[in-house]
Structure formats: structure tokens, C-alpha cells
Design a protein around this ligand. Structure first.
Ligand code: SF4
Ligand code: SF4
Length: 340
């Protein structure tokens, strides 16, 4: 269904939702925007061409979370978390796509993560499409886009004084019940805005044969060059909406087993108990970061594991730019393999 939502009606709508849902939306905190719960006094809806610093993956995979509680004498019980029905409002399409990519790890047929599953089942996602390109973003290069509709319950297109709301699930339809249906003319107008936004996105690098070039040049000194200035701070991975490395530790004083975000850019991430480290330097760790997104995800689920959100470019303290790294990769030697 397609609805019209006047911008002036939005604050009241968000407050109405609060009666039945926890509502999360981007809000200013110091210099950045973050997904935070909507309070009774309301907030201004942010529609600037950028996404939040911490991606909404944190709403599904918290930075730290207790999995198990145990006693001194060997007893234990699974942790319980109160997860209320929620609406995540104004997330960007690249971040919604990232959550779908993470489903491929957390919701497998054989093993699925119960906390992730419950949060996914209890969440309605209402995205705000990007009518202007954001700095550093390159979603169309990796096959997605500023109005990518994958894994959304609803999508808003900014048309001046109002939004066109497209709903893709019954749950979302219920949320916008009572609003006027959009006319054919308005839907066409929205399509034009969506197409224009798509066309404005720059092509950051060529993806043709990129996977094969990275694979074939596993031992190339290309990796030394592109990792030379890396500090190993892990910012690019912590803020990446598709990175999901975690560590599980027993906090013995609290008697809790806890899962914490971790990063493959840290030396200790791959350090083995024997003292051996298969990724001993930032060269191997940088290779792992890029190869995971542009080689291994493709092998595993046939999707590039980067949504082009641009965060790693924006926040790297030494200006390492994945777009430039992948442009350089495109000039690496490459042999076409012929199937026999
Ligand atoms: S690799 Fe960079 S651009 Fe790609 S999804 Fe992660 S943070 Fe965004
Ligand atoms: S943010 Fe930059 S410096 Fe920090 S680990 Fe990533 S690439 Fe290296």
C-alpha cells in the first residue's frame, strides 16, 4: 500500500506508536546521530544525507550482552532479556540491507541465535530513503541503492511537505492505517526522486572480476601497500553495519558469560592459545577485512558483504579509504580461468 504522510503529522504519529512499541530513531548526541529510544517530549526527525555513526546492527547485536548466568557450583541458566515490540524508524536502506546480510550468519537452518531471532521478529523497520547522496557512500557500486527495499517493512520518500510511505508488510500497513492513500501521480513523482537519487550516486570502483583479483593476489605486496598506514584501531569494523566479530568471555565476578563486539583488525582476535597467530600483522588483518566482504561473503551467500554505507571511509583516523583500496586492486594482475 502507498500512503501520504504529512511531515507535520509525524511527531504525533511517532508518539502514538509509543503506546504499543519501543520506537528508535536517529537523534543527536554530541556531534553525531545515534539510534535512541523516542522520549515522551518528542524529537525532530533528522533527514540529512548521512547515516548514524553507530549502525542499527547494535539494536540486534548489542555491543555487550549476557548470554548465560552461572553459579559457583556448576549451575547455570540462559540469560533472559526483555525485548519489547519495536519500530526502528528512519534507518537508511544500506543499514537495513546490512541487517539482512547478518541474518545469513545469525539465522542459519542448523543454528540460529535466539536473541537475534527474537529481536528480528519483534522489530518493524521503517526506512527513510536517501533522496540526496551522502558523502562517501557507494551503495549502487555494490549492487544496492539509496532506495533499496530489501528487508524493510516500509520505506519513506521525501517529497517536500510530505512523505510517500510504501508498505511491504501487514505490520507496517497497520502502523500507517488511517492515512490517505497516495495517488498514481504522487507515486510517479516518488519514483522520479528515487531514480534521480540512484543516478546521482558515483561509481566508486568496478566490481567485475574484483573477487578473482583479490583471490589470485592473496600473496601480493598490494596488501603491504594498502595496510601501511593502518593503526589497527578497529574503528572501520566496529562501525561497519555488516561486521559481526564477537568474543565470549566469562565475567567470573559477575558470574555471567558475556558476548562483546570484537574486531578482526585487533591482533588478539586471531591469537591462538599456543601463541601462534595466523594473522600476525596488519597486512594479514587488512587482507582479511577486505576479503571477507569482497570474496568470502560471495562464496558463502553470493552477496557482497559491504553495503557501501561509507562509515569506514568517514571515520578511519588515518584516512584509509576502502574505495581507493579496491580501485588499486582492480589494477592487480589477473588470469581468466577457463572451466575444463
Ligand atoms: S566496509 Fe565500509 S562501506 Fe562497506 S558496509 Fe562496512 S563500513 Fe560500510
Ligand atoms: S579505521 Fe583505519 S586505522 Fe583503524 S583499523 Fe580500520 S583501516 Fe586501520
Amino acid at each position: 500500500m502507498n500512503f501520504i504522510l504529512e511531515k507535520q503529522a509525524l511527531p504525533d504519529l511517532l508518539q502514538t506508536w509509543r503506546a504499543n512499541f519501543d520506537v528508535y530513531l536517529p537523534q543527536n548526541l554530541e556531534r553525531f546521530t545515534h539510534f535512541m529510544p523516542l522520549a515522551a517530549e518528542g524529537v525532530t526527525v533528522i533527514n540529512e544525507p548521512h547515516n548514524t555513526r553507530i549502525p542499527p546492527k547494535a539494536l540486534f547485536l548489542p555491543m555487550t550482552e549476557t548470554l548465560v548466568k552461572f553459579t559457583r557450583f556448576g549451575g547455570y541458566e540462559n540469560a533472559k532479556h526483555e525485548i519489547e515490540p519495536r519500530i526502528v524508524f528512519a534507518l537508511r536502506p544500506c543499514d537495513a540491507q546490512a541487517v539482512q546480510l547478518l541474518d545469513t550468519s545469525f539465522l542459519q537452518v542448523k543454528y540460529s541465535d535466539p536473541f537475534w531471532l527474537e529481536r528480528r521478529e519483534k522489530t518493524i523497520t521503517v526506512a527513510l530513503g536517501c533522496h540526496e547522496p551522502c558523502d562517501n557512500g557507494f551503495c549502487t557500486t555494490v549492487g544496492y541503492g539509496p532506495f533499496n527495499k530489501a528487508d524493510l517493512d516500509a520505506m519513506l520518500t521525501d517529497l517536500g511537505d510530505f512523505y510517500l510511505v510504501e508498505t511491504f508488510s501487514e505490520a507496517a500497513e497497520t502502523c500507517f492505517n488511517g492515512f490517505a492513500n497516495a495517488s498514481e501521480t504522487i507515486c510517479v513523482q516518488a519514483l522520479e526522486v528515487q531514480q534521480r537519487a540512484h543516478d546521482q550516486m558515483p561509481v566508486a570502483f568496478e566490481t567485475e572480476n574484483l573477487k578473482e583479483k583479490l583471490e589470485q593476489n592473496f600473496s601480493s605486496n598490494y596488501w603491504d601497500k594498502v595496510s601501511l598506514s593502518c593503526l589497527g584501531c578497529g574503528v572501520c569494523t566496529f562501525l561497519c553495519p555488516t561486521c559481526f566479530c564477537f568474543d565470549i568471555v566469562d565475567e567470573t565476578q559477575r558470574r555471567e558469560r558475556v558476548r562483546n563486539w570484537d574486531s578482526c583488525m585487533f591482533r588478539t582476535y586471531s591469537l591462538e592459545a599456543s601463541g601462534h597467530n595466523p594473522r600476525p600483522s596488519r597486512v594479514e588483518r587488512t587482507r582479511q577485512r577486505l576479503s571477507h566482504k569482497y570474496v568470502y561473503w560471495l562464496d558463502q551467500v553470493n552477496q557482497i558483504g559491504c553495503t557501501g554505507c561509507g562509515r569506514c571511509v568517514r571515520y578511519c583516523p588515518v584516512g584509509l579509504d576502502i574505495r581507493s583500496m579496491l580501485r588499486q586492486a582492480q589494477s592487480l594482475p589477473f588470469e581468466v580461468s577457463h572451466a575444463s
